[in-house]
Design a protein around this ligand. Structure first.
Ligand SMILES: Cc1cc2nc3c(=O)[nH]c(=O)nc-3n(C[C@H](O)[C@H](O)[C@H](O)COP(=O)(O)O)c2cc1C
Length: 379
């Protein structure tokens, strides 16, 4: 059956993913923090961006391609980094890296992924954007950067919007823990998800593979805690200075919302600014991420690319962020709902949904290229 008939929208993929994933894994992927106002605010801010429909434009063949950081991509969106993706779905990191190479999208892999940079770097080729969480030990940091570079990752994205742990009450209620602790409740939810369980049985329970390679000798449940400690740094501005001098490739800072912070980072020599509020997972008392985007773009957009993620659910949402000043956008949860719903085929299907939805909406707006979008905003 044609997936575009049975599952025409991301919401359909999410619903199927929910049935196929153990409850704790779905909750880890889907939840925000606190009362989840951050998620709701991101959604409301996107819905508030409207365009002027166009008439009598003749036939349009919208061009979705976009260049950023020296690469031209067929579409202006990529895959945001997701920690422990290998718990969400077996072998998620490899499947996502392969999809990125196939679809020519940037693939972000988290420091706390279940794969190392060496595992997936050669698969993703020049589309690899490695995500860096600050690490405590400068020597470990330098070794990590050298390994990331040596395995071919082109861009380093440093995430700065996690100054400490958030509470994520929904995850607590679902008994989310890393690694999963096999309580009767967790076992029951695994038993109810045979495709997930079979894949995990073949591969073994995922670990934070990259940080864990710096805690040799520690095994068992403690291994996870020790690996986690490698990245429990509380960085300040000097950390970015150090990173800038040590990473010779392109450096992107993710999780920026204040225009003055963006300007200071650009002065420090970073190559791009990524506006995000971590999809409302860290703090629900700040602005909607989208509300920060035009201000940051106005402040630094002339000198470096500005990116956006948080809450994008379809092609129209992508157009909204591009119209407000993003040069490129990223989706996080969406790709993993698609993967859990239909495996690698689900990722390709989501890509088709997003591009078809962009084309359909650009035609209504009368935008032949992405550059036409700001001029079609309803002010
Ligand atoms: C399950 C999960 C894990 C995440 N882990 C990381 C991470 O390890 N590093 C990081 O920079 N961002 C992480 N993020 C944030 C995403 O990179 C991205 O900012 C966010 O998911 C985008 O919003 P969206 O999911 O609504 O598209 C995570 C998000 C989710 C949902």
């Amino acid at each position: 059956m044609d997936l575009d008939i049975t599952h025409p929208a991301l919401s359909d993929l999410r619903a199927r993913a929910r049935r196929r994933m153990p409850h704790f894994a779905f909750e880890y992927l889907d939840s925000g923090t606190g009362r989840e106002r951050g998620l709701a605010q991101n959604r409301a801010a996107l819905d508030a961006v409207r365009f002027r429909p166009a008439i009598l434009t003749g036939e349009l063949a919208p061009d979705l391609s976009r260049s950023t950081l020296g690469h031209t991509h067929p579409a202006p969106f990529g895959i945001a980094p997701i920690g422990m993706a290998g718990v969400l779905w077996p072998d998620a990191e490899r499947l996502m890296a392969e999809a990125a190479a196939r679809l020519r999208l940037p693939y972000g892999q988290s420091t706390v992924a279940a794969a190392t940079p060496e595992d997936t770097g050669p698969i993703v080729g020049d589309l690899g954007w490695f995500q860096h969480y600050p690490v405590n030990d400068a020597e470990i940091r330098r070794d990590m950067l050298a390994r990331i570079k040596a395995s071919g990752w082109r861009v380093l994205t440093v995430t700065v919007d996690v100054p400490g742990e958030s509470r994520r009450e929904r995850q607590r209620r679902a008994h989310v823990s890393m690694p999963p602790v096999m309580t009767p409740r967790i076992l029951a939810s695994i038993a109810a998800s045979p495709a997930w369980a079979l894949g995990m049985a073949r591969r073994g329970m995922p670990q934070m593979a990259f940080p864990a390679s710096y805690t040799k000798g520690v095994t068992g449940p403690d291994a996870f805690t020790h690996a986690g400690r490698v990245i429990r740094a509380f960085p300040d501005w000097t950390y970015i200075e150090a990173l800038r001098s040590e990473w010779t490739g392109q450096l992107v800072v993710k999780g920026v919302q204040e225009p003055e912070d963006a300007a200071r980072l650009v002065d420090m020599g970073v190559d791009a600014i990524w506006v995000s509020n971590h999809a409302g997972r860290q703090f629900e008392g700040g602005p909607a991420a989208l509300d920060a985007l035009p201000q940051v773009a106005a402040r630094v957009g002339g000198s470096v690319p500005v990116y956006y993620c948080s809450g994008l659910e379809g092609g129209l949402d992508i157009l909204r962020a591009l119209a407000l000043g993003a040069e490129f956008v990223f989706l996080g949860k969406a790709w993993y709902f698609a993967l859990a719903a239909f495996g690698a085929r689900g990722i390709d299907h989501l890509h088709d949904i997003l591009t078809a939805d962009m084309v359909a909406n650009m035609t209504q707006i009368g935008a032949a290229t992405l550059d036409d979008l700001p001029g079609r905003l309803l002010r």
